[in-house]
Design a protein around this ligand. Structure first.
Ligand SMILES: *Cc1c(COP(=O)(O)O)cnc(C)c1O
Length: 378
């Protein structure tokens, strides 16, 4: 096996989850959001581990993702945040006990029909669009949806939620406050028609951090449980104490000494200025180590930073290791993570290439094996 891997610290995932739980207090449930294969960390492993340690609920984007978790033996409630696509997926929700999201009256009609036919109840969450402009029923459409919802006998409203567009941006606090007011007004209307709603939730990581009054009785968090927060949360108040769960590793497979003036990699975008030691590592953009990192990023070798030189190619990356004493073939390289006192966060890598940490961890491809660790032993 080529020496490139991602290490997933499940112990930290659990610690982070409970750091968030403590942060929001006992009255609020914490839904761990495991969509996109748990932001690249591995949804099945994350879910089984969190369930074993007493997590409350899970959220996924797709019905397919929910099915994968059920097939792996996950028993906790799973909310499908992205809704469901047509009757087939409504049927799957019913059969696998996944909770669908409804954001259009026609979806509710399908759920009611599918559940009636099966002679069973099917719980759903209703999503309202309070200002994100993405999924959700617009407040103006709510009344007609509720007129139908009150007639349903098999589809049962179990939750009402919304999603913030900019909860991490203090300069847009007014818009977030307006979203909260809009949600509260919608919830009031819904409860007048359908009675007390079991789960009332608004906040993602950024929201639960900055908007304590918008926690309802559940929050949905992804970023924080993976220890991603530097580009997720507003600068204040202090964040919950969470630590990165994922680290990305490789090893040096070749070192060469080259004279000044040596071009490196495709397009010769880097030319050595002096005699240099250049190392090759077997990771490239097909692994999710992005091409935009070319000449633009650093990694850790022997507890020191080494710059990425030349273009990152599909399978390989070059490093300037001239200043790393004792460097040799086989040395471990940390691209994201810690080595001794030195660290590189996913947020740093994201910042170098003008994206966010979520895209970095989600982007680490399936070609990179995940190695799961449950203790602090290394
Ligand atoms: C992804 C997602 C979340 C989690 O967002 P984080 O920023 O990772 O906390 C919460 N709610 C919905 C609807 C989502 O799609």
């Amino acid at each position: 096996m080529r020496p490139t891997w991602a290490e997933i610290r499940l112990d930290r995932l659990v610690e982070n989850y409970f750091a968030v739980k403590q942060y929001v207090g006992d009255a609020v449930q914490v839904m761990a959001v495991l969509k996109a294969d748990a932001y690249g960390h591995g949804a099945v492993e994350a879910a089984l581990c969190l369930e074993r340690h007493g997590a409350d609920q899970f959220g996924v984007a797709l019905v397919e993702e929910g099915c994968q978790l059920r097939q792996a033996g996950v028993g906790l409630p799973i909310l499908c945040l992205g809704g469901f696509w047509q009757r087939q997926q409504a049927q799957e929700c019913l059969e696998l006990d996944l909770t669908p999201t409804v954001y259009h009256i026609d979806m509710l009609k399908i759920l009611e029909e599918v559940a009636l036919k099966a002679g069973r109840k099917l719980a759903y969450h209703l999503k309202v669009d309070t200002g994100m402009g993405r999924l959700g029923v617009r407040p103006e459409q709510l009344t007609s949806l509720l007129d139908y919802a009150v007639t349903c006998r098999a589809a049962v409203l179990e939750g009402v939620y919304t999603h913030f567009a900019a909860a991490d941006e203090p300069e847009r606090d007014q818009e977030t406050a307006a979203q909260i007011r809009c949600y509260e007004a919608c919830l009031k209307l819904i409860e007048q028609r359908l009675g007390r709603v079991c789960y009332r939730h608004l906040s993602n990581s950024a929201g639960l951090h900055r908007w304590p009054r918008a926690r309802g009785n559940m929050v949905r968090t992804g970023g924080l449980i993976y220890g991603l927060w530097r580009d997720v949360l507003a600068p204040s108040p202090p964040p919950p104490a969470v630590k990165p769960v994922l680290s990305l590793h490789s090893r040096i497979i070749l070192i060469k000494e080259v004279p000044a003036g040596t071009p490196l990699g495709y397009g010769a975008t880097f030319v050595t200025k002096h005699r240099s030691l250049i190392a090759t590592i077997p990771i490239g953009y097909d692994d999710g180590w992005r091409r935009a990192c070319s000449n633009n990023s650093r990694v850790i070798v022997r507890q020191r930073y080494a710059p990425v030189v030349g273009r990152v190619s599909m399978d390989l990356t070059l490093l300037d290791v001239t200043d790393i004493p004792g460097v040799k073939i086989g040395d471990e390289v940390v691209l994201i993570g810690e080595m001794g006192d030195v660290s590189i966060t996913a947020e740093e890598v994201a910042g170098n290439i003008d994206t966010i940490s979520y895209e970095i961890t989600c982007g680490i491809s399936k070609r990179v094996p995940r190695v799961y660790k449950t203790g602090s032993t290394r």
